[in-house]
Design a protein around this ligand. Structure first.
Ligand SMILES: NC(=O)C1=CN([C@@H]2O[C@H](COP(=O)(O)OP(=O)(O)OC[C@H]3O[C@@H](n4cnc5c(N)ncnc54)[C@H](OP(=O)(O)O)[C@@H]3O)[C@@H](O)[C@H]2O)C=CC1
Ligand SMILES: O=C1O[C@H](COP(=O)(O)O)[C@@H](O)[C@H](O)[C@H]1O
Length: 458
């Protein structure tokens, strides 16, 4: 809550996530909502000096727009600890010391996924400070079985309400806007169904390549990195039933309800999925090596850098509508958004010279935008139809996704966090794809870095 101080402990504070996303996200939150009082404690196995840490905090918060008069008191107050988070006695002593300071504690696991699990295992060896909140980064496990194991482990530590599984896509303004767009307008909800919608695509194509993240990414790949959590949850927000109110129980119940109805198209992991890996190419004039030549990559792992999965939602609203989820790295067109393709008009009066193209609604995730294509009478020949786009760029949200997510965690409100059953449902949907890929049943296609993907995919 604003005005009541919280200790935010970042485990893995010397890593990429902390530096690039967490601290700037916190900076946007503190700038936009100045009432938050955060005592920041960093910890990592790295030997960062106090000066190096405070410099990172200063730069990270400033990058998010936080003003110096807000940053400096936090700098005076922040500390950095050299800590092996897998060592139970070291963790116990560390958390015990923080608990003695009397503030509520949030522990943010900005760690490689396997280390987060080891840290949680270590925490089973001692009593955690009462009320402690645990924020766990994605990917949550690497399969259905491992996610179930991790959930069981966490349940030994704290109640579900104190667990915040992080998916920063749930903090994206566009994703939250789906609720406003669907339920705050008269015109969408009546046509938001299989009668009117032909198919939906949810795409997160990135121009970024590996960016030195082989240590994590080579074991994850695009399917686990982006589709398992981010894109399935975006789909759930797009397709779920109407909540009675915006609260964590209602919203998360409806998300999991939608996920339970979701299955691979035709229950066939081979037909419903495609995978590919980038070869050498150029993006924005920069040479990108072949994925398998990137530093730290083990070609034997056969990691996907582009993944596509088509699912169907088996309920009366969505039966027969394919939802295509796709994400990849090193792509020339970094489109990230949702494309809703409507069915053609039921009947077009005779007399028009051409046909009416189906309407398309495009909701851009980065940058945030919305565009609806409509048919109107053409200027030259009045009985020709031409497409007009009703488009708007939405103003960038002052609080970045990680700021929104952190606000929920600091408030103790899990509305924008992933509940245990949600993550298991996401894995349940994709596990047959994971298995089919591991068995080599789906070929690994190739695309040149900077292209739009394998030439025969679209
Ligand atoms: N980076 C990104 O863009 C995003 C990352 N994430 C998620 O965030 C998490 C962290 O990723 P990222 O920051 O990229 O990873 P990094 O490898 O950059 O950072 C990991 C951090 O964990 C520390 N660490 C590793 N082992 C230990 C240990 N035994 N004890 C204490 N500290 C340890 C590392 O310190 P040291 O180097 O000294 O070992 C480092 O500070 C992952 O779950 C990832 O999926 C999510 C969204 C985006
Ligand atoms: O979680 C992750 O997300 C980023 C993409 O996030 P966005 O907000 O820029 O769309 C991705 O680059 C990264 O690989 C993944 O771990």
């Amino acid at each position: 809550m604003e005005n009541s101080p919280v200790t935010l402990v970042i485990l893995g504070a010397s890593g990429d996530l902390t530096h690039r996303l967490l601290l700037p996200g916190l900076g946007t939150l503190l700038h936009a909502r100045p009432g938050y009082r955060v005592h920041l404690v960093g910890a990592a196995s790295d030997d960062l000096t106090a000066e190096q840490w405070t410099q990172r905090v200063r730069e990270g918060l400033a990058e998010g727009g936080c003003r110096a008069d807000r940053i400096e008191p936090m700098i005076d107050d922040t500390t950095f600890e050299h800590l092996d988070v897998t060592n139970p006695s070291a963790l116990e002593e560390f958390l015990g010391r923080l608990a003695a300071e009397g503030r509520p504690i949030v522990v943010y696991f900005a760690l490689p996924p396997a280390i987060s699990q080891q840290a949680c295992q270590a925490m089973t060896q001692f009593d955690l400070p009462p009320g402690i909140r645990l924020a766990i980064e994605k990917p949550f496990g690497s399969s259905l079985a491992s996610a179930q194991d991790f959930n069981r482990l966490l349940a030994q530590l704290v109640p579900e309400r104190q667990i915040f599984r992080v998916d920063h896509y749930l903090g994206k303004a566009t994703v939250l806007n789906l609720l406003g767009l669907r339920f705050g307008n008269r015109i969408f909800e009546p046509i938001w169904n299989t009668v009117n919608i032909e198919r939906v695509e949810i795409i997160a194509d990135e121009t970024l390549a590996l960016e030195g993240r082989a240590g994590y990414y080579d074991k994850a790949g695009a399917l686990r990195d982006m589709i398992q959590s981010h894109l399935l949850l975006v789909m759930a927000m797009l397709a779920m039933e109407e909540p009675a109110s915006i609260d964590e129980v209602e919203l998360r119940d409806l998300v999991v309800h939608l996920l339970r109805s979701t299955h691979l198209a035709g229950d066939d992991p081979v037909q419903a999925s495609r995978r590919a890996r980038y070869t050498a190419g150029q993006i924005d004039g920069k040479d990108i090596p072949s994925y398998t030549d990137e530093k730290g990559v083990d070609p034997e792992r056969n990691t996907d850098t582009l993944a596509e999965v088509t699912v169907e939602i088996r309920n009366s609203r969505w039966a027969g509508v394919p939802f295509r989820l796709r994400s990849g790295k090193a792509l020339g067109d970094g489109f990230r958004g949702i494309v809703v393709k409507f069915r053609p008009v039921v009947h077009l009066p005779a007399g028009f010279h051409n046909t009416a193209e189906p309407n398309v609604l495009v909701i851009g995730m980065t940058p945030e935008s919305i565009a609806l294509s409509l048919n109107t009478n053409a200027e030259g020949d009045r009985w020709d139809l031409e497409q007009t786009s009703l488009a708007a760029d939405l103003t960038e949200s002052p609080v970045r996704p990680y700021g929104e997510i952190l606000q929920g965690i600091l408030d103790g409100d899990p509305l924008l966090s992933v509940r245990g059953d949600m993550t298991e449902e996401c894995w349940r949907i994709l596990q047959p794809v994971v298995d089919a890929w591991a068995a080599g049943d789906v070929p690994m296609d190739e695309y040149a870095a900077g292209s739009t993907g394998p030439s025969d995919w679209r």
